[in-house]
Design a protein around this ligand. Structure first.
Ligand SMILES: Cc1cc2nc3c(=O)[nH]c(=O)nc-3n(C[C@H](O)[C@H](O)[C@H](O)COP(=O)(O)OP(=O)(O)OC[C@H]3O[C@@H](n4cnc5c(N)ncnc54)[C@H](O)[C@@H]3O)c2cc1C
Length: 467
């Protein structure tokens, strides 16, 4: 690396951009690199989809509420910024699936809906005897597709039949990914299942053999973690550690110009920021507009982005009567309910709710039913309460509520990996020093985004230090 100073821009202040800024700063300081950086965020707050609302003693997540502990990078970031003492784990408990207007327990031993224990699956009334017989065919069927991408729906339907998918797997998975599982790429969302089929042939046998011993113990610990002060406390801590001079909020990057010295970022404040390299963490539709003059990026096939709304409703505890143990339920797509899931948050995350109160968090907005999102907050709450009252005892009027509409990233459709390879290669050759990262690319979960932010830092440092 020459003695010249380099400037790196990070566009987008969601978790991916924040992670990139934080680890870039650390690397620079530890290795004493001649690098300046700027994190540019269009809105007046950092965090992107992460947003916590603290009100009346409640800690309410308006977007993501936790992260998978198993994917270590999120807990690592929490530790790196000194918030490890604030980590809390979810209370475990039975989760339910709505089936014929009743909450039915997800059969014990079902991993992502795939049966790994015989008895709970044989006795569940979620699946008809014929459906169970069809699922059991997995035990004798040969392995199918060898390494080609296919839809998640197609894969599971082929192995286990329609009923297990529609009644069990789809409601569990589409809660995480939000897309239509019959279009969603298996290799980009659950590649491990494709590998398991090749290795063990039968999915049921594979799940039995590969489930860790800890999962089989009766009293399991929660798989998710969050922070006592809400996920926004992580955002605020990272922000407080970054030099104020490296942050540009309320500033949108409107255009990127390639020039002899690198890139000129045309900002909404009228200025042009000259930079040597860019970590671009905005949703892909926005990235595409910025890069289009230089890179002919194939559009993401298939679906359009969907908007979901989280609907958090606070009640006096006596107005929410739950006769069942557990932490919440999901609703299959093929139902006449508008809500897609409900978490009994005061049970799953007791730190969020003051004593004597209950907190319910519902989701609305399916891929094929966006009309509800256009309704007023009052109407969304009315519909959510009406749905809940069909299955549990809930008061007509919450003490207070908050509705938050968020655009989900476009679901990864079949062929996503090939698409990503093409886009990455094109950007690498035509716009050297521009790195794409974030939920549109290599995983939507917070740890996936954190991993991508870290990788972008390694790549961008390789780019500038090789100059
Ligand atoms: C309802 C919902 C619930 C979820 N729950 C969970 C969960 O519990 N656990 C989990 O692990 N994951 C969850 N996810 C997924 C996870 O929250 C997201 O994938 C992740 O937060 C995305 O982070 P990001 O940094 O890639 O993008 P974003 O958070 O979208 O950040 C992108 C940022 O770029 C900014 N921006 C856009 N254009 C420009 C521009 N031109 N100039 C400057 N800035 C710009 C935006 O304002 C935004 O702040 C959930 C997602 C949703 C929608």
């Amino acid at each position: 690396m020459s003695d010249k100073r380099y400037h790196i821009s990070i566009i987008g202040g969601g978790i991916t951009g924040l992670t990139a800024a934080y680890y870039l700063m650390r690397e620079r300081d530890e290795r004493k690199l001649p690098i300046d950086f700027t994190l540019i965020e269009a809105s007046d707050r950092l965090g992107g989809k992460i947003q916590t609302w603290k009100h009346d003693g409640f800690v309410i997540e308006l977007g993501p509420d936790s992260f998978l502990e198993r994917k270590a990078s999120a807990a690592q970031l929490v530790q790196d910024v000194g918030l490890q003492d604030d980590l809390v784990r979810n209370n475990t408990g039975q989760a339910y699936i709505l089936h014929k207007n009743r909450l039915m327990p997800i059969p014990e031993g079902a991993v992502m809906g795939i049966p790994t224990r015989l008895m709970p699956f044989v006795t569940t009334s979620l699946i008809s005897p014929l459906g169970k017989l069809r699922a059991a065919a997995d035990l004798v069927m040969p392995a199918g597709n060898h390494g080609e991408d296919e839809s998640v729906g197609h894969f599971f339907r082929r192995r286990l039949g329609d009923e297990v998918i529609d009644h069990l797997i789809e409601p569990l998975l589409s809660g995480v990914y939000g897309g239509n599982i019959d279009q969603m790429s298996l290799l980009s969302t659950f590649p491990e299942f494709a590998r398991l089929e090749q290795k063990y042939r039968s999915l049921i046998l594979a799940m039995k053999s590969t489930r860790p011993e800890s999962d089989r113990q009766e009293k399991k610990k929660g798989m998710f973690q969050t922070l006592k002060g809400g996920l926004q406390s992580l955002v605020e801590r990272v922000e407080s550690l970054l030099p104020a001079s490296s942050l540009l909020k309320k500033t949108m990057v409107e255009r990127i110009d390639k020039n002899a010295a690198g890139y000129g970022l045309h900002l909404s404040n009228g200025q042009v920021l000259q930079t040597n390299a860019i970590i671009l963490t905005v949703p892909h539709a926005d990235a595409q507009k910025m890069l289009q003059p230089y890179v002919d990026i194939p559009p993401l096939a298939g679906t359009t982005p969907t908007t979901v709304a989280t609907v958090a409703m606070a009640y006096p505890a006596e107005q929410v009567k739950l006769h069942l143990e557990g932490t919440g339920f999901v609703v299959p797509r093929k139902s006449d309910y508008t809500i897609t899931a409900c978490t009994w948050t005061h049970r799953k995350w007791p730190h969020t709710t003051p004593k004597g109160k209950a907190l319910l968090r519902c989701f609305v907005g399916r891929e094929n039913d966006q009309a509800i999102i256009e309704q007023s907050d009052e109407e969304i709450v009315r519909v959510a309460v009406k749905d809940l009252q069909r299955i549990m005892q809930v008061g007509d009027t919450p003490e207070f509520y908050i509705v938050n509409r968020i655009q989900r990233s476009i679901p990864y459709v079949v062929g996503h990996q090939q698409w990503l390879r093409t886009v990455t290669e094109k950007v690498e050759t035509q716009l050297p020093g521009v790195l794409l990262a974030g939920a549109s690319y290599a995983g939507v979960g917070l740890p996936d985004c954190i991993d991508q932010g870290k990788k972008a830092v390694r790549d961008v440092l390789r780019f500038v230090t090789n100059k």
